[in-house]
Design a protein around this ligand. Structure first.
Ligand code: PMP
Length: 421
């Protein structure tokens, strides 16, 4: 069956034909046959240079040979034990050695579980209930954080099935807006347990913090007995050896990870100061548990991945990021389009919008219809990116300069079609 037929078939058995909503792009997603390095092949015989990279985990590309070797060794010895292994200590030490705020780690299975548990821990520690997130930020699919973003007062659930009683405790303000945040904290400070922030907003495209914004978060949380949680599910082990907190030199109380930490296998983790982390069960009374927590296959893959991610790795990868962003900017300039290239390190996006973008409110003004034309044209030109203006594109070390040159040509062709040039 081809992708179109498979999608039709799939819709009979899987809601919407997929297992996660973003995958169901129109008219139909391609169904994957295989992937290797920087490339992904669909069942229809098409080859794409992959800048979606499973939405971020694959910083080493598909099928990294060392990870395959280490995972293979592990699966021959078992895939799950429900009992601890030495490798969990090894991976925890690697995280602690790299990430400034990490003194202890709990491994879970996804970014969603990581943020849910970190928020519970912050609430348990501070004995307060409310949390603040930034409009448009995504912290996973659990009830605490699926809140309609928009005005500060909007705390309505983003999904049916979430009690308003839950989301009334989740407040949001625009990213990069110190005044809105100060005012909210002034009003509610005795009730706020945590601020959770994506240091780079990767779920509204790619928006960096304004200079001083993360420092401001650090100060205001310290002053008001609020736990600062960096959600580094995307930025962790992506922006640098120590993630965003090293890149921006701001140390939060807690951090959450997923994606890259598992070397392409399912994982999540949260980590932080010992005083906080020791409140987690069984050493403390904030409950957190999981059948697959610290599962040996993901942990083996994670160790294998982190072993490859040293400073020189990031230097090389970030050069590719700079090269690609510069080439795209030049293309946009030559075509005389009112668009902008954004991103840092190995993250990039084009905003179909010429105005400065500091937060979701700004990002939402982008021309999403033209973006979708661009997305589809890119696929025709052999490049796969996430199908939304509000996602970020990634580069892996498996992408070589030849790939990137092809991508720039594909972008040029696709922009021309989207803008009728
Ligand atoms: N936090 C952030 C910043 C994310 O980008 C994501 C997923 N894209 C999550 C949390 C949730 O992670 P997962 O999909 O592994 O549950």
């Amino acid at each position: 069956m081809n992708s179109k037929e498979l999608f039709k078939e799939s819709k009979k058995y899987l809601p919407g034909g997929v297992d996660s909503p973003v995958r169901a792009f129109k008219p139909n997603p391609f169904f994957v046959e295989r992937a290797k390095g920087s490339k992904i092949w669909d069942v229809d015989g098409n080859l794409y240079i992959d800048h979606c990279l499973a939405y971020g985990p694959l910083i080493l590309g598909h099928c990294n040979s060392k990870i395959i070797e280490d995972v293979y060794k592990q699966i021959q010895n078992g895939s799950s034990y429900g009992a601890p292994t030495e490798n969990e200590i090894t991976l925890a030490k690697m995280v602690i050695g790299r990430v400034p705020c990490a003194e202890m780690v709990r491994f879970v299975n996804s970014g969603t579980e990581a943020t849910m548990s970190a928020i519970r821990l912050a609430r348990g520690y501070t004995q307060k209930n409310k949390i603040i997130k930034f409009s448009g930020s995504y912290h996973g699919a659990h009830d605490y954080v699926l809140v309609k973003s928009g005005s500060g007062a909007a705390t309505l659930p983003d999904s049916l099935g979430i009690p308003e009683d839950t989301t009334k405790n989740t407040l949001s303000v625009p990213f990069n807006d110190q005044t809105a945040l100060s005012n909210l904290i002034a009003r509610e400070k005795d009730e706020i347990a945590a601020i959770i922030v994506e240091p780079v907003m990767g779920n509204i495209g790619c928006v960096e913090p304004k200079e001083g914004f993360l420092e401001f978060l650090r100060e205001i949380t310290e002053k008001n007995n609020i736990i600062l949680i960096f959600d580094e599910v995307i930025t962790g082990f992506r922006l640098s050896v120590g993630g965003a907190q090293t890149h921006y030199s701001v140390t939060p109380d807690l951090v959450t990870f997923g994606k890259i930490l598992g070397g392409g296998y399912p994982i999540g983790a949260f980590a932080g100061k010992r005083e906080l982390m020791e409140m987690i069960a069984p050493s403390g009374s904030v409950y957190q548990a999981g059948t697959f927590n610290g599962n040996p296959v993901s942990v083996a893959a994670g160790i294998s991945a982190l072993n490859q991610l040293d400073h020189s790795f990031y230097n090389e990868l970030n050069k590719k990021g700079d090269y690609l962003r510069n080439q795209i900017s030049e293309t946009i300039y030559n075509l005389d389009l009112n668009l902008q290239t954004v991103g840092l390190s190995s993250m990039f996006q084009i905003y179909f919008n010429e105005n400065p973008i500091l937060n979701y409110e700004d990002a939402k003004k982008s021309d999403t219809e033209k973006f979708l034309v661009y997305f589809r044209e890119l696929m025709k030109n052999g490049v796969f990116i996430p199908p939304s203006q509000f996602e970020c594109n990634f580069i892996s070390n498996a992408h070589n300069y030849e790939d990137l040159e092809k991508v720039v040509i594909a972008i040029e062709n696709s922009l021309k079609i989207a803008w009728n040039k």
